[in-house]
Design a binder for this molecule. Structure first.
Ligand SMILES: [Zn+2]
Ligand SMILES: [Zn+2]
Length: 275
């Protein structure tokens, strides 16, 4: 339902191409804000309110963060969303001037390319995220760029965009980068945005959602899991990837206890928490 609502909201993005920069900043802020509240809010309500006890065995860290953490995450996310909207509005202005590869008709390059452009953007974003993330962990850059995000040692869904303004600029650059490199329609970018937000919120939810068998299958070798990212917040080192585990495996940056930790989390009994 959230994905459908988000898609319908993002359909509106194509109309922003013809707006002035200042109007599109306001419009994009509203759309981005609504989508963020929708995705994070639904996961928050389910995992931290309604099914808090029922799903507790899947809570990666077995304690809940204080309310002050959540307030801080929401405050930083609001600033990030504003920065993303400014970057997106400037990118749409660049599109108006013909500096990007955004195209107007969804069927202009056929439906195969429409979906392929989303896959390309996901792969580009995964690479962009891994390397900029590792760079921001450099001791000279960490405090200035990435410390804000790491103040969430026990993240909630609201930590997904809890960045410092500088990190928000780095993360927001995926929009201009993607549409400069990949010919794509705004709808395709809208779908990519829904995917990236859904995966990001899942990764910061604090709960493991994948089944036990996954780690022993090819899927576990390819996909990142919430345990992977929560361990990154907890340990501050290793597990730098976003969607996929390829860069971490290639660069040998997976935390040595990652697979054991995943197995421990998904092997817990639900019954113990229900008593
Ligand atoms: Zn980090
Ligand atoms: Zn994070």
């Amino acid at each position: 339902m959230a994905a459908l609502a988000s898609f319908l909201i993002m359909m509106e993005i194509s109309r922003f191409v013809d707006m002035s920069v200042s109007v599109s900043i306001v419009a994009l802020s509203v759309v981005n804000g609504l989508r963020y509240v929708l995705f994070c809010g639904l996961v928050w309500l389910a995992a931290y309110v309604f099914f808090r006890r029922r799903w507790l065995h899947r809570k990666i860290l077995q304690v809940f963060p204080p309310a002050s953490d959540v307030r801080r995450e929401i405050k930083h996310s609001a600033v990030s969303l504003l920065i993303f909207s400014v970057i997106a509005a400037l990118t749409l202005e660049a599109a108006r001037r013909g500096w990007t590869q955004l195209y107007k008709q969804p069927d202009e390059r056929g439906m195969v390319w429409f979906w392929a452009s989303i896959v390309c953007t996901i792969l580009i974003h995964d690479t962009w995220f891994y390397w900029t993330h590792r760079l921001m962990h450099h001791p000279r850059l960490f405090r200035l760029t990435h410390l804000t995000h790491h103040r969430s040692v026990n993240p909630t869904p609201w930590a997904a965009f809890a960045f410092s303004p500088l990190e928000a600029v780095v993360q927001g650059c995926i929009f201009p980068l993607a549409v400069m490199l990949v010919p794509m329609h705004p709808y395709a970018f809208g779908l990519f945005m829904s995917w990236q937000l859904a995966f990001n919120v899942m990764g910061h939810s604090g709960f493991e959602v994948f089944p036990r068998w996954m780690m022993k299958s090819w899927l576990g070798q390819v996909l990142s899991t919430p345990t992977h990212h929560v361990m990154h917040h907890e340990k501050m080192r290793g597990n730098y990837g976003l969607y996929f585990n390829m860069w971490d495996r290639l660069m040998k940056t997976n935390h040595q206890d990652y697979e054991a930790r995943f197995t421990e989390v998904v092997s817990r009994s639900q019954q113990k928490n229900m008593n």
